[in-house]
Design a protein around this ligand. Structure first.
Ligand code: IFG
Length: 520
């Protein structure tokens, strides 16, 4: 009886707090029961909730500059499903989502936020716009799943009251999309950015060149795309991004707190370039275009000045259209490059990104050379290379193939994907921590995590989504949520309830038998 009275009282209080002509009071969900991914650091529910309506506005704190983009993003994300056009209000008041940059919470860092929801309004505060963006992602996940619908839904847009204090464990939380084996359109890449940014991932590494295709226009060397971009695995027509299209992707990503990291793989994985320009080959003969999926058979000629001039031209043009601080120059699987030539090559190219104001990232094999102090090493399969990198003082991006390669099959029945690094079911892809790969590798050597999707066997957005979901949300959580507050037994229940959100996002995800999808 008592609890019924209490509930009635809460509903009454809730109903009376709302401004504007409110429909009958609606129960507000307890925010600690909403299946948020990644799991926030601290969620404190309180009674009642906030209901959006056509008068709800956004307020930008007068002392906060640089919030126009995130404010526009919030309005753009809310409009399709609610039909509410959130205007920016000139003055602070009730029935608003107010955004403010404050520096009174040091533990938030650059990407953390405080989200406060009261019946009278919502407030997101952070030290930087990135934190506001991440607070918006959490607010969107607190809204009904229908918020992802592209047409107006007539439901009460209610968010439970309470506060969330949240910030990431690692600064580098990323995904990689291989657009070289199979080419993907600008729209597909933008969809991928929408998806990874909704889980607070902030890096997208684009694998832009490989044996099967060169995917970015380089004006000084046009045949890289007109010839080298003309096909793909299986012999299809391939494709490439003009520099304008690449800049469009970069802008779209930037508006979603995602930094684009372009990769031109070298000296191996270079057949598309070797087929386009003869001088890149030691025998001065172009190779044939390649549409199968072997690796390790190609190499730039490492002793020609013309090759380094070519690389300089490529990096110069790429750096000019890449506002982010990183350029990835590959370095993996150079099986036909003599070791001394490989090391000579690596020692020469590391200065090129720096010349254009960028930091170089390389796959773990680059740690066989003497690493420039700025070079970042991406660990993927041989932990000895990762240890060698740490010994040289390099920072690591953790992408262990046996845990984070999203092209690995889920189990032996998965039609898509490969299995050379093992099978990665949803539980296995979640049950690991970045600093447990070797005792010599501790958190102060680690920038964060990245989940690569290689596309030898993947050629459509649906196939991307099937291989990437539901494992990517787990990777996002490994990068965001403290290890000591993560457990598979709790996560699998939250992921099960989160399934409805992925369906509302039109994600064609793999319904793993490891997850109790039916629970409420
Ligand atoms: N290894 C190759 C990729 C791709 C992958 C497929 C790296 C760094 C196997 N290199 O992973 O090009 O073929 O799982």
């Amino acid at each position: 009886m008592y609890s019924k009275l209490l509930l009635a009282a809460c509903l009454l209080i809730f109903a009376s707090c709302q401004s504007g002509n409110q429909p009958e009071a609606v129960a507000a969900p307890d925010i600690s029961t909403v299946p948020l991914i990644p799991k926030p650091v601290l969620v404190t529910p309180s009674q009642g909730g906030f209901q959006f309506n056509e008068k709800t506005a956004i307020y930008i704190d007068k002392a906060s500059s640089g919030l126009e983009s995130v404010s526009g993003y919030l309005a753009q994300k809310l409009f399709p499903a609610t039909g509410y056009k959130l205007e920016v209000a000139p003055e602070q008041g009730n029935n608003q989502v107010s955004l403010a940059l404050t520096s009174n919470s040091a533990d938030l860092g650059d990407e953390g936020y405080d989200l406060e929801i009261k019946p009278t309004g919502i407030k997101i505060s952070a030290n930087k716009p990135a934190g506001i963006f991440n607070g918006i992602q959490t607010l969107l996940q607190l809204l009904p799943n229908e918020i992802w619908k592209s047409s107006k839904q007539d439901i009460p847009w209610v968010v439970g009251a309470g506060t969330i204090h949240d910030y990431p464990s690692y600064g580098y939380r990323g995904a990689m999309l291989d657009v070289a084996r199979h080419f993907f359109s600008v729209d597909d890449v933008k969809r991928y950015i929408d998806l990874i940014s909704s889980y607070k991932m902030n890096k997208l590494h684009l694998h832009l060149s490989d044996d099967q295709g060169w995917r970015i226009e380089i004006k000084a060397w046009p045949k890289l795309t007109t010839h080298g971009g003309s096909t793909q695995v299986g012999g299809g027509k391939g494709g490439f991004y003009t520099q304008d299209q690449y800049s469009d992707i970069v802008r779209y990503a930037m508006d979603r707190n995602v930094t684009i990291i372009p990769e031109i793989d070298m000296p191996g994985h270079t057949n598309a370039a070797l087929a386009s320009y003869d001088f890149l080959n030691c025998n001065n003969k172009t190779t044939e275009l390649y549409t199968k999926t072997e690796v390790g058979f190609s190499t730039f000629c490492t002793r020609k000045d013309t090759v380094y001039k070519f690389i300089d031209d490529v990096v110069k043009e790429l750096a000019a259209i890449t506002p982010g601080p990183y350029i990835h120059l590959g370095g993996d699987e150079s099986h036909v490059t003599a070791k001394k030539d490989f090391i000579y090559f690596l020692n020469k190219i590391q200065s090129i990104p720096k010349k254009y104001g960028k930091k170089m990232i390389g796959w773990e094999e680059v740690s066989q050379a003497s690493l420039d102090s700025n070079t970042i090493v991406q660990y993927w399969s041989n932990v000895e290379h990762a240890k060698a990198a740490v010994k040289q003082g390099a920072k690591l991006i953790m992408s262990p193939a046996s845990k984070a390669y999203l092209d690995m099959k889920y189990d032996s029945t998965t039609k898509l994907g490969l299995m050379w690094a093992g099978l990665i079911e949803v539980d296995s892809g979640y049950i690991w921590t970045l600093s447990s790969r070797a005792k010599e590798i501790s958190n102060d050597n680690i920038l964060g995590v990245e989940a690569p999707l290689w596309t030898e066997t993947i050629s459509t957005m649906n196939e991307i989504e099937y291989m990437v979901f539901p494992r990517l949300p787990g990777i996002a959580e490994i990068g965001w949520t403290p290890d000591n507050s993560r457990s598979w037994d709790e996560y699998k229940l939250r992921l099960a309830k989160h399934g409805a959100r992925m369906r509302a996002m039109d994600i064609d995800f793999y319904e793993s038998p490891k997850v109790p999808w039916g629970i409420k």
